[in-house]
Design a protein around this ligand. Structure first.
Ligand code: FEO
Ligand code: CA
Ligand code: CA
Length: 633
């Protein structure tokens, strides 16, 4: 298939893809919720659950369960650490009947996604006292407030409710402590902080001050109010957080046809749909009045959680797209490498390599490392090679005559630049992370039912990919010697999701996967300190199963043999996870419980409180082994 054909199909398919994703999750679930008996089904799939444990994981696999609450493997405790609305300022409280922008700005945000545990003091390996740094991806008005559905909330929400939604997403930082084996958060900590759609942040890198970044409110193109759709993320070796804006395209109104560069808006899905009604309260969110405002979103934002007054910075050198994660590794030569996915149908995998090197002895010296370096995008070849194609002005045809006047324009239009150099369109790239032990890199494709048979390629091997897959990329060298800055790696399929007992799924695992352990729609991944891979899923409800967390080895006989460890309540996806440095606590974000509900009055669960009139609340769960010890060992 030629590139031109790929691009044409891709552009029409990916237009508004993120919107389609957030809506279609609900649409698919509406039918299911009415027919599925949301009760535990222990035993239903247990015939092979007793299969002998393979590899290094030593927990008794959880049996499939899909009900109103969460579940963890026997021998573990999974307790609620913090919920949407929990007060994180001295004078705050949660009243679900009176959620305002002001109250929400002092409370833990909505729809927790990426999370990181950052030890206190900074730079230590303290596993019992630290900062919990959590993305809050998007609001869920139909299960936050009575009287609205997912489809009419944007029109029905009051102006105060719309501002509360803008205050509810972004990022939450909370001090936490473990005492007697139980985690709790510190309500009055000076570290506690909300960063939201209302927070002013700086712009840095090649796009700062660029003509395409200037608006009437910011004629300098150097600062912007707000972040949003903060999905996955990462941490840096110098102890900052990278929170990723996953494409704000449906939060703008106005007529894109009246904007000067309709093609650019279309390539990023900006269609004026104003899904939450934010353009009603935010004049700048009108595409025809402020056509450059979208260019100020869809970036990676760096936050220093150890300095509560610090200004978050949008790091434009990392490119503009619907960022899923941004995970880092220090290369053997000291340069820092960032792996990133663009989560939309037929989008790409990106890599950024810093120009400078990491200085472990001088934190301040690392603070602007992400402003200079080389952005590149992946082309997967059937030969088993993956090539990193530089997105550098003046190279590969990224010149003024092709619409890229300078590097600022390359990063602002990163998707168009990646189209131009011939990157491989993937099945919705989600998390992308290097193993701290074997040095290989794992890239998660959550699913892509839009891929047609003629669009199948080696790295996206199934048409109508409903169950997702994980690729394994191998840089030259192994472990700490892996060269994450190399121009080419090897790659292979790690696993293909789906039911191994259904030939039509064309799933692929290694021997030993049980009826409980096969996965669908992988999304977030994380490595524990031993380098074992933990996979969160988002989309299993469409298959009549709970989303959850699965553990697998990456090497040996337990390689690509996922095993079910944690299950979410109905409607929720499992995000994170993240570990303390000692591997003894796993934190999981349980995002959008009861999202499969038509309205708050008809919620499928009121997890985790189960109290009438208290809405379902996205929450962080802290999992520890009963009696102590490493998770999974
Ligand atoms: Fe927000 Fe890509 O999941
Ligand atoms: Ca995700
Ligand atoms: Ca997700």
């Amino acid at each position: 298939m030629g590139d031109g054909m790929t691009r044409n199909l891709k552009n029409s398919d990916s237009y508004g893809g993120i919107i389609a994703k957030r809506l279609s999750r609900r649409a698919a679930l509406m039918g299911l919720a009415s027919t599925a008996a949301l009760t535990a089904v222990p035993g239903l799939l247990s015939k092979s659950a007793q299969a002998a444990a393979r590899g290094s994981l030593r927990f008794a696999e959880l049996e499939r369960v899909y009900d109103q609450t969460h579940h963890v493997a026997d021998g573990y405790d999974a307790s609620i650490l913090i919920r949407w609305g929990d007060p994180i300022a001295p004078d705050a409280a949660f009243d679900p009947a009176a959620v305002t922008a002001e109250s929400q700005s002092k409370q833990f945000g909505y729809n927790c996604d990426f999370l990181a545990y950052m030890p206190l003091p900074a730079g230590s390996a303290n596993s019992e006292h630290g900062l919990l740094c959590v993305n809050n991806e998007y609001p869920g008005p139909h299960v936050m407030w009575p009287g609205m559905t997912e489809d009419d909330a944007g029109a029905k929400a009051t102006e105060e409710q719309v501002r509360a939604m803008q205050a509810s997403w972004g990022h939450s930082i909370v001090e936490i402590r473990k005492a007697d084996g139980l985690w709790s958060y510190v309500q009055n900590s000076e570290y506690n902080r909300r960063i939201s759609g209302l927070t002013e942040m700086a712009i840095s890198g090649p796009a700062v001050g660029h003509p395409l970044m200037k608006t009437s409110a910011d004629p300098t193109g150097t600062k912007v109010v707000g972040t949003g759709y903060n999905c996955a993320g990462g941490t840096t070796p110098w102890g900052t957080i990278l929170t990723c804006e996953e494409g704000l395209s449906d939060t703008f109104g106005g007529d894109p046809a009246k904007a000067p560069d309709q093609k650019l808006l279309e390539r990023y899905g900006y269609d004026g749909s104003d899904y939450y009604g934010m353009a009603r309260v935010d004049e700048r969110r009108h595409l025809d009045k402020e056509p450059n405002e979208p260019n100020r979103f869809d970036w990676v934002v760096e936050i220093d959680p150890y300095r509560p007054g610090s200004v978050p910075v949008k790091r434009t050198a990392l490119g503009r797209f619907a960022h899923e994660g941004a995970t880092t590794v220090v290369n053997k030569d000291g340069r820092v490498v960032v792996y990133m996915g663009d989560d939309d149908y037929f989008e790409y995998l990106y890599r950024f390599v810093t120009k400078g090197t990491f200085n472990p002895n001088d934190r301040a010296a690392n603070m602007n490392l992400l402003d200079e370096g080389e952005l590149s995008v992946a082309r997967f070849d059937a030969s088993g090679d993956v090539h990193w194609l530089p997105l550098v002005h003046g190279q590969n045809g990224l010149t003024a005559e092709n619409g890229f006047a300078d590097q600022g324009e390359v990063v602002i239009k990163a998707r168009l630049a990646a189209d131009h150099v011939g990157a491989t369109p993937m099945d919705r790239p989600e998390d992308f992370e290097a193993s701290p032990v074997n040095g290989r890199v794992y890239a998660v494709m959550t699913k892509n039912a839009k891929r047609k048979p003629e669009q199948v390629d080696a790295a996206n091997p199934r048409a109508e990919n409903k169950t997702g897959h994980i690729l394994e990329l191998s840089p030259p060298g192994e472990g700490k010697d892996a060269d994450h800055a190399a121009a080419a790696y090897k790659w292979e399929v790690f696993l293909l999701g789906g039911d191994p007992d259904k030939p039509g799924d064309a799933a692929k695992y290694n021997a030993g996967v049980t009826a409980n352990g096969w996965i669908v729609t992988p999304d977030n991944i994380a490595f524990d300190p031993r380098g074992r891979l933990w996979i969160g899923t988002d989309g299993a409800n469409d298959f009549g199963m709970a989303d959850g967390i699965y553990g697998t080895d990456t090497d040996g006989e337990g390689r690509a043999v996922p095993r079910l460890f944690f299950a979410c309540p109905t409607g929720a996806e499992a995000c994170g996870p993240a570990f303390t440095p000692d591997g003894q606590t796993m934190f999981v974000s349980v995002q959008h419980p009861a999202e499969d509900s038509e309205t708050l009055e008809m919620v499928t669960t009121r997890w985790p409180d189960f109290v009438a009139n208290v809405p379902p609340r996205p929450s962080i769960v802290a999992i520890v082994k009963k009696g102590g010890g490493e998770i999974g060992s």
